[in-house]
Design a protein around this ligand. Structure first.
Ligand code: ADP
Length: 475
């Protein structure tokens, strides 16, 4: 939170150099314009600037970050050095296969290959700008394998902090409170700029001599757009999303002829806070040494399953909720979002007790069944096999105090969006390129298919953000 405030202040100060009010709109000229200041937009802006371009980035909110800042920060990449040191077997081919199969073979083979081939290189690129990752590699909920990297600090904000500094060093001009409205095309259909609304509702215009990169994120915060594709996702459905994720980029790009893919696939995060929908307020995100139980104290699914399967299974349980159970060895003092576990217990987000029976009483779970379930799980850990077909194993659950975190699904990620090619150029419905227009991040559709693996979004936005920025700069 502190870094949110600092960033807001920093950029509020940076915004004062905006074009003064004028009766006639004077277009500001640059080479590359990036729309959206989440992870994908910042990566694109830095990559374009690295390649020698003059860049302006427009962000409609008063701070950078988007959904990226809210993310847990887990980044999937096959990393022989870190995984090898821990004895984890993996390969880029395995990452590719799991990503394709996890999306029911409806993902884009070429784009998934680019994503899985380049994930580690983009992680190293972030490290080259000072971002630090832990040596630990974990399997996260819906990630299906132990290949998720964890930022050393600040979950999703670590990416935004790192890239914001890099963008500033490279002279990217960042305008906050500036909402892109319409793409401008020339007589030949080239995208040459964008109109925007700035502070005090001022109309602005920006011209790009090279290209525009759309990185405005998903549409999960637009009730109108999301219910069009999934009528269950009404205004009251909990959501992990920031209010800026309203699909603006899809609407803008469609107006200049962009095609879309996968709009009907809206991912629920299976394990969000039941009240707020936040992905925060939990003890652990890793699955190796945890189980999910229902109110009856029983496991009901393999915890290393896909997000859509997990979400569906939880919604079928009593009251549509479950509890993540872990022991003292998995609970640090602070969780991955920087929240103190003791505070979470005090605030009622998490239950903690010295015995499993007490834990069950506190959380409203059947006590005898919970003890039985945990005993059975501990035997399964020794055998690394259970009746659910779980493949990811870690510690037993036997060292008190024990923790129970109530969780329920929340709207998370829109897999649909504009179609792109291997260069991140936006494609028309007939598959031809819209000249001068690139896209990266959650605004892009069709990469992952029906379901995205947990931990693949950050790799996706960094890999394709860089590709979009590099190619935009090369126009
Ligand atoms: P990604 O993960 O693809 O980078 P994020 O949600 O992290 O997506 O970031 C997208 C950013 O784009 C958010 O900060 C959001 O406020 C911003 N944004 C959305 N619509 C517009 C718009 N019309 N103009 C400028 N910025 C926008």
């Amino acid at each position: 939170m502190v870094s949110v405030i600092i960033m807001t202040m920093l950029f509020a100060a940076g915004c004062q150099d905006k074009t003064p009010a004028a009766s006639k709109v004077e277009a500001e000229e640059t080479e590359v314009i990036v729309l959206g200041g989440g992870g994908a937009g910042l990566a694109a802006a830095v990559a374009a600037a690295e390649n020698g371009s003059k860049v302006i980035l427009l962000e409609k909110m008063s701070m950078l970050g988007g959904n990226t800042a809210r993310a847990g920060g887990y980044y999937n990449a096959v990393d022989p050095q870190r995984q090898g040191a821990l004895g984890i077997e993996d390969s880029v081919e395995h990452h590719y296969q799991q990503t394709i199969e996890g999306g029911d073979n409806e993902g884009h083979p070429v784009l998934v290959k680019i994503l899985t081939d380049n994930a580690l290189d983009s992680l190293k690129w972030l490290e080259s700008y000072g971002m630090e990752f832990q040596d630990r590699i974990v399997a996260i909920q819906g990630g299906m394998w132990e290949r998720s990297h964890i930022p050393a600090t600040s979950s999703g904000f670590g990416y935004i902090d790192t890239l914001t500094k890099a963008a500033e060093e490279k002279g990217v001009r960042i305008l906050l409170d500036t909402k892109a409205e319409e793409l401008i095309t020339d007589d030949n259909g080239w995208v040459v700029g964008v109109t925007a609304t700035g502070e005090d509702n001022k109309t602005l215009e920006f011209r790009a001599s090279k290209a525009v990169v759309v990185a405005t994120g998903g549409f999960a915060a637009s009730v109108e757009m999301r219910t069009k594709y999934d009528p269950r996702l009404t205004a009251n459905f909990p959501s992990t999303n920031n209010p800026g994720a309203t699909g603006d980029g899809v609407v803008m790009a469609e107006k200049v002829g962009a095609g879309t893919a996968g709009m009907e696939y809206i991912q629920l995060l299976p394990l969000a806070d039941p009240k707020s929908g936040s992905s925060q307020h939990k003890v652990v995100t890793e699955i190796q040494s945890t189980i999910m139980v229902n109110k009856e104290g029983k496991r009901f699914v393999n915890e290393d399953n896909r997000r859509d399967v997990l979400a569906g299974a939880i919604m079928d349980q009593t009251d549509g909720i479950c509890f993540i159970i872990n022991d003292a060895r998995e609970a640090g003092e602070v969780n991955n979002y920087g929240e103190k576990v003791a505070d979470l217990v005090e605030q009622g987000y998490v239950y903690r007790a010295d015995t499993l029976e007490e834990l069950a009483e506190l959380s409203g779970i059947d006590p005898a069944a919970l003890v039985q379930t945990v005993n059975k799980f501990n035997k399964d850990v020794a055998a690394e096999s259970d009746s659910f077909g779980r493949k990811v194993w870690g510690n037993t659950i036997e060292v008190g105090p024990f923790y129970a975190t109530p969780r329920a699904p929340a709207i998370h990620h829109t897999m649909g969006g504009v179609t792109i090619n291997h260069k991140a150029q936006v494609l028309k419905t007939d598959g031809s390129v819209i000249p001068g227009l690139y896209a990266a991040g959650e605004v892009v559709g069709g990469i992952h298919g029906t379901n995205r693996l947990g931990g693949n979004a950050l790799a996706d936005i960094m890999v394709f953000g860089r590709i979009a920025g590099e190619n935009a700069a090369a126009e």
